[in-house]
Design a binder for this molecule. Sequence first.
Ligand code: COA
Length: 178
Amino acid sequence: MDEAAVHSAAMRVEPAVPGDAPAILALHRRVLAEGEWFITQPDEFPESVDAKVAVIRDAARSDNGVFLVARHQHALVGWAQVVGGGRRRTHHVGRLEMMVDARVRGVGIGSALLGAIVQWAERSPAVYKLSLNAFAHNTRALALYQKFGFEEEGRRKREYRFSDGTWRDDVLMCRWVK
Ligand SMILES: CC(C)(COP(=O)(O)OP(=O)(O)OC[C@H]1O[C@@H](n2cnc3c(N)ncnc32)[C@H](O)[C@@H]1OP(=O)(O)O)[C@@H](O)C(=O)NCCC(=O)NCCS
């Protein structure tokens, strides 16, 4: 599969089901192995298929979380997850994490996922605010979030240090959905 092969008509975004866990986990590991976009490094990511199944089931039961996948034909090409706050005073906040297969980035899959997440949050009686963190150098992700109305809330300077000794700033973004 490559970018040219992705047609929006053949792509759909829908809630994850437990049977998606192996493909979600494989994509998660591949993206972490890129080493560029997340704090977690592959050897710091012990998650199992069973744990992913539990996450998918928890999201389906929760009123302030959701787990969506993007499929192209039969392939799982991206996912987006909102984890709702676990305390009464944070219940209104959903934290977003998402990723798209590197082979098909830049063709609208991230936009389809994020559009569906925002729509879900706007309809959810529990969620008022979507929030996220991104590396300041992740220009594609920042552009995507801005396109869907997310605003920068703050920036933590040199919050992360890579093994080559370089530093990364952390950008905090949010979008109000009520
Ligand atoms: C960030 C990510 C989810 C975006 O998904 P995507 O499918 O590539 O996004 P889209 O194709 O819908 O593009 C969304 C917007 O990003 C911007 N964009 C696309 N390609 C870009 C590029 N090469 N450089 C900079 N911005 C780009 C554009 O603003 C685009 O909107 P537009 O096409 O309407 O102009 C995806 O690139 C990804 O998984 N990256 C690695 C993991 C990651 O960074 N996750 C987020 C961590 S905070």
